[in-house]
Design a protein around this ligand. Structure first.
Ligand SMILES: Nc1ncnc2c1ncn2[C@@H]1O[C@H](COP(=O)(O)OP(=O)(O)O)[C@@H](O)[C@H]1O
Ligand SMILES: [Mg+2]
Length: 254
């Protein structure tokens, strides 16, 4: 259990007058996996930055645990090129003043969680795009966050790598029981990963919340009517109409 995570009537306005969040209210229950989707520039990243405390709202209230309980993963791995995977993951722990022994343990655990045991010595340039993203994820996990915020973390990766990382992330989050907020522009990725999808409209407001009745094991979930129904609802909230046959067909055969 952690401090609640919530936005209450939050307004974020940038210096140039852009209103990125326009009175947004959202609750993130303990242990939930929420995806945020919406058109480019609708305020997804801003929502994450407000949740993390990186951005202070012009009005409204952000409720969250302390910053050291929150892990953040960006679209780019943002690794230091001259430091090994191990040292990149260790850096926030060093800054937090953890002992050498504890750092060693946590980095080892985090590398194992993301499937990179034995690769701690590798430099970023020696790793594939997917592996770099795994290191970035490990760096966020090593602080043992209660809340994990991810901003389009796998968007730059090839499709197969992304599917692998989606499944690994799900498993890691189920093990660690953290509360996850995952920004993506992919309707299918949001419906697959999240138990709840928040759709933002183009002007920093909530368009719709779609609940996804996702089973703990996602094996074959993509074949189910529930998954296709969720995709339809998300697409509709975004103003798109997915081919109706998609869900109906699957539904009638299972
Ligand atoms: N530092 C900034 N200064 C001014 N405007 C910004 C800044 N960051 C983001 N914006 C604007 O705020 C809006 C929301 O941006 P963002 O949250 O990054 O969107 P998304 O992540 O959904 O693509 C956009 O119109 C964007 O141009
Ligand atoms: Mg963004």
């Amino acid at each position: 259990m952690h401090q609640p995570l919530a936005l209450d009537q939050v307004y974020i306005r940038f210096a140039d007058g852009t209103i990125a969040l326009n009175g947004l209210s959202l609750d993130f229950p303990n242990g939930s996996f929420t995806a945020i989707v919406g058109p480019s520039g609708c305020g997804k990243s801003t929502t994450l930055r407000a949740l993390s405390g990186l951005l202070a709202p012009a009005a409204g209230i952000v409720t969250r645990p302390t910053r050291d309980q929150i892990g953040f993963v960006f679209q780019d791995p943002t690794l230091l090129a001259w430091k090994s995977a191990y040292d990149n993951i260790a850096l926030p722990l060093k800054i937090a003043g953890k002992s050498r022994h504890e750092i060693d343990q946590r980095v080892g655990n985090a590398l194992k969680l993301v499937g990179l045991s034995g690769r701690g010595d590798a430099l970023p340039r020696e790793l594939s795009g997917g592996m770099k993203m795994r290191v970035s994820l490990a760096r966020a996990l090593a602080i043992e966050p209660q809340i994990l915020l991810l901003d389009e973390p796998f968007a730059a990766l090839d499709e197969l790598t992304r599917l692998r990382l989606d499944d690994d992330l799900l498993q890691i989050c189920q093990q660690n029981k953290c509360t996850v907020v995952f920004v993506t522009h992919s309707i299918s990725e949001s419906a697959y990963l999240a138990d709840r999808v928040i759709v933002l409209d183009g002007s920093g407001r909530l368009a719709r919340i779609v609940d996804v009745p996702a089973p703990a094991s996602r094996e074959n979930f993509r074949e189910t009517p529930a998954y296709h129904q969720a995709m339809h609802e998300i697409a509709a909230a975004l103003g798109h109409n997915l081919a109706p046959a998609l869900g109906a067909e699957k539904g009638s055969t299972s």
